[in-house]
Design a protein around this ligand. Structure first.
Ligand code: ADP
Ligand code: MG
Length: 243
């Protein structure tokens, strides 16, 4: 099967500092990939290159559903197919939860309001917060806000969802509810790339786990490959420190 996301020789530098040293990675449709690794290893930069939130070196290539990610018209097409959930929820504070979820389909796709509303309510139900629809983000807990952010990303019916440490800013008691929503989502066939420090989630939910260090993919495999029998010393060292 052709890859939904294809990354070839991805290089990225900030000034003279090389952050990604030529990443090659294919992700199949429906695959759930967890990216783990120490702070500063390039995990965020890698996923931000997929929708060109970060530019990258010219000789690199990133394609999403056959469309090359670069500036210009193609980028709008890619961005419409790639949803992103950040550590900070980035909801619009002056809009209700419902409006937050309705906005992009109406603005970007021209979805009629009644249909956008019906869909938004469906999505809020899927992440377990229908009853919060008319509240403002500031009236919600962090875990609820993050679930709204997930519903908002899903509203565009993306082919792939990127998560950058979606639970890192949450109080511990709220991590579980967000991971549960993500686990449910993973069961629906959405392609997901999740940067996370939640090793339990990676082990349970990922089809493939990627360990990054120093701007390279050091090792990749099934959760059992990575967590039970890592081959690389750097992977073993990281897991010893976090598990
Ligand atoms: P991770 O998500 O694995 O913690 P990042 O992708 O955020 O790592 O960062 C990788 C490296 O790139 C780090 O050394 C970081 O300091 C550097 N970096 C990230 N963003 C920038 C930026 N905008 N300008 C300069 N350096 C950056
Ligand atoms: Mg990061």
């Amino acid at each position: 099967m052709a890859a939904l996301i294809s990354i070839r020789g991805l290089k990225k530098a900030f000034g003279r500092f090389m952050v990604l040293h030529g990443i090659d990675l294919d992700i199949a449709e429906g695959e759930v990939v967890c990216v783990i690794g120490p702070s500063g290893s390039g995990k965020s930069t890698l996923i931000r290159c997929i929708n060109h939130l970060e530019g990258f070196e010219k000789e690199s290539s990133v394609t999403v559903d056959g469309v090359r990610v670069e500036q210009g018209a193609a980028l709008a097409k890619v961005r419409a197919e790639v949803g992103m959930v950040f550590q900070s929820f980035n909801l619009f504070p002056h809009m209700t939860v419902l409006r937050n979820v309705m906005l992009a389909p109406m603005r970007v796709r021209g979805t009629p309001p009644a249909e956008a509303k019906r869909k938004a309510l469906d999505l809020l139900a899927r992440v377990g917060i229908s009853e919060q629809a008319d509240k403002f983000p500031s009236q919600l807990s962090g875990g609820q806000q993050q679930r709204v952010a997930i519903a908002r990303a899903l509203a565009m019916e993306p082919k792939v969802l990127l998560f950058d440490e979606p639970t890192s800013a949450l109080d511990p008691e709220m991590v579980g509810e967000v991971l549960d929503a993500m686990r449910k989502l993973a069961g629906t066939g959405v392609t997901m790339i999740v940067v996370t420090h939640e090793m339990g989630f990676a082990r349970q939910v990922a089809d493939r786990v990627i360990f990054m260090d120093g701007g390279r993919i050091v090792e990749a495999g099934t959760p059992s490959d990575i967590f039970d029998s890592p081959r690389e010393e750097r992977t073993r060292g990281f897991l010893r420190a976090v598990l």
